[in-house]
Every structure is written in C-alpha cells, then in structure tokens.
Write a protein that binds this ligand. Structure first.
Ligand SMILES: Nc1ncnc2c1ncn2[C@@H]1O[C@H](COP(=O)(O)OP(=O)(O)O)[C@@H](O)[C@H]1O
Ligand SMILES: [Mg+2]
Length: 156
C-alpha cells in the first residue's frame, strides 16, 4: 500500500530523533517497530527518540551483551539489537515471540534477522545512507494511528 509509506530525508541525528518521537506518539500499544539499515545508518539514534517519548529515557545505547534492554515503567519499551546474532538458531533461542507479545513497544535493530518471527501488524523503518544524510522510510501496516503521515511530514 503506497499510502502507508512515507519517506523523509534526515540531515542530522536530531532530525532522526524527531522523526522517531513522532512515530512514538502515533504507534499503537504493544506494537513492534522493525529497524533495518547498515551499521551507522541511525537505528540506535532512532531508538533514542522512541525512548525519550515512551520512557522519558535519555541514556540509550545498543544492547551489547544483553541483546535486550528495557526502558521505562512496565517496561514501556524493549530495545533489541540482533547485530551480534547472525546465527538463526541463536535467534530462535531468544524466544522473541514472548517479547513481541508483550504490551510494551518493541524496537528491533537488524529486524531482518528475525523476519519470520515478526508480527505482520508492525511498523517498518528502513534507513539508507545518502549524501545529505539518511533517507528514512516509515511503513505503518496499521500499527500507527490515523494521521501519522501528515504529523510526520510536519514535525519539527
Ligand atoms: N541524519 C542522521 N541520522 C542519524 N544518524 C546520523 C545522521 N547523520 C549522521 N549520523 C551519525 O550516524 C551515526 C548513527 O549511529 P547509530 O544510530 O548507532 O547507527 P546504527 O544503530 O544504525 O548502527 C551516529 O554517529 C550519528 O551521529
Ligand atoms: Mg545500532
């Protein structure tokens, strides 16, 4: 569905965070946000924006040894980074379905490594390096509130 996708140029880490903050205010409860893009593309930067809104948390780094970090009450946000787990079996052993089924928002870096486990109704974010910064594409798949496209284009 073309209407369901918005592509934006982000010329700074701050803009990427602001786009994320907008996604955070429109994402429906319990949804998964799948983040895809090369190293340094801005996935963790995006999660920092999510955490600011969803968990009032400013100190967000990629989970290195833990794979899964939790932020806020409940927790409100799970942050998963599958970078170090390219082995399909190791990823299966994480039982990510349990996290995906939780009432929290779940942000997943390198989501393609858990592709078959991702719920259908999720938010997909892709990041591409371009000369002026990053191209960020947001796809809602029904996991974002109505009006998010306009809000995201007018943000900032
Ligand atoms: N428009 C932009 N959006 C996000 N990050 C950017 C942008 N421009 C430059 N950067 C830099 O790129 C790096 C992105 O790092 P990070 O978010 O950790 O990427 P990833 O998690 O995808 O590996 C940071 O050093 C950030 O300062
Ligand atoms: Mg990262």
């Amino acid at each position: 569905m073309m209407d369901d996708a918005v592509t934006l140029l982000s010329e700074s880490p701050d803009t990427t965070k602001r786009i994320a903050m907008c996604v955070a205010t429109h994402v429906r409860p319990g949804k998964v946000i799948a983040l895809r893009g090369d190293l340094g593309a801005g996935k963790t930067c995006f999660v920092q924006g999510l955490a600011r809104v969803l968990a009032r948390e400013e100190d967000v780094h990629s989970p290195t040894f833990t794979i899964v970090n939790e932020y806020g009450d409940g927790p409100a946000l799970y942050h998963i980074d599958l970078y170090r787990l390219n082995d399909a079996e190791a990823i299966r052993d994480l039982a990510l379905e349990d996290v995906f089924d939780s009432p929290a928002i779940v942000a997943v870096e390198w989501a393609e490594r858990a592709e078959s486990m991702l719920p259908e109704k999720r938010v997909d974010i892709t990041f591409e390096h371009v000369n002026q910064g990053r191209m960020i594409t947001v796809r809602g798949h029904g996991a974002l509130d109505g009006g998010w496209q306009k809000a995201i284009q007018e943000r900032g």
